[in-house]
Design a protein around this ligand. Structure first.
Ligand code: ZN
Length: 90
C-alpha cells in the first residue's frame, strides 16, 4: 500500500483508494490528504457542509464551486491555497 504524508495533520497514512469524485483535484488530494482528514471534510455535517452553510454557497453556481474549492485547498493546507480557512465550528 503506498503511503502519503498528510499536509493537514502531518501524519503518514495509507493513500486513499476510494473514488472521491473530485475531477482534476482527485490525485492531488489523494497524494496529500489522509483518510481521517478527508472524512472530517466530507462526512455529513462535516467541514464541507460548514463552508457551504457559512458562505451560503449554491453549488449550481460556478463562483460558489470555486469558493468551495479554495476553502478545501486552505483546509487541507495545499501549497498554493489562495484563501484563508476559518473554522466556524468553534
Ligand atoms: Zn490528515
Amino acid at each position: 500500500m503506498p503511503e502519503i504524508h498528510c499536509l493537514r495533520c502531518g501524519k503518514t497514512a495509507e493513500r486513499m483508494t476510494e473514488n472521491l469524485f473530485l475531477g482534476k483535484m482527485e490525485e492531488e488530494i489523494k497524494d496529500h490528504v489522509c483518510q481521517e482528514c478527508w472524512n472530517e471534510w466530507n462526512r455529513p455535517g462535516g467541514v464541507k457542509t460548514m463552508v457551504i452553510n457559512e458562505y451560503r454557497l449554491n453549488l449550481g453556481d460556478e463562483n460558489a464551486r470555486n469558493t468551495l474549492k479554495q476553502q478545501m485547498r486552505a483546509f487541507f493546507k495545499l501549497p498554493d491555497a489562495t484563501a484563508e480557512f476559518k473554522d466556524y465550528r468553534h
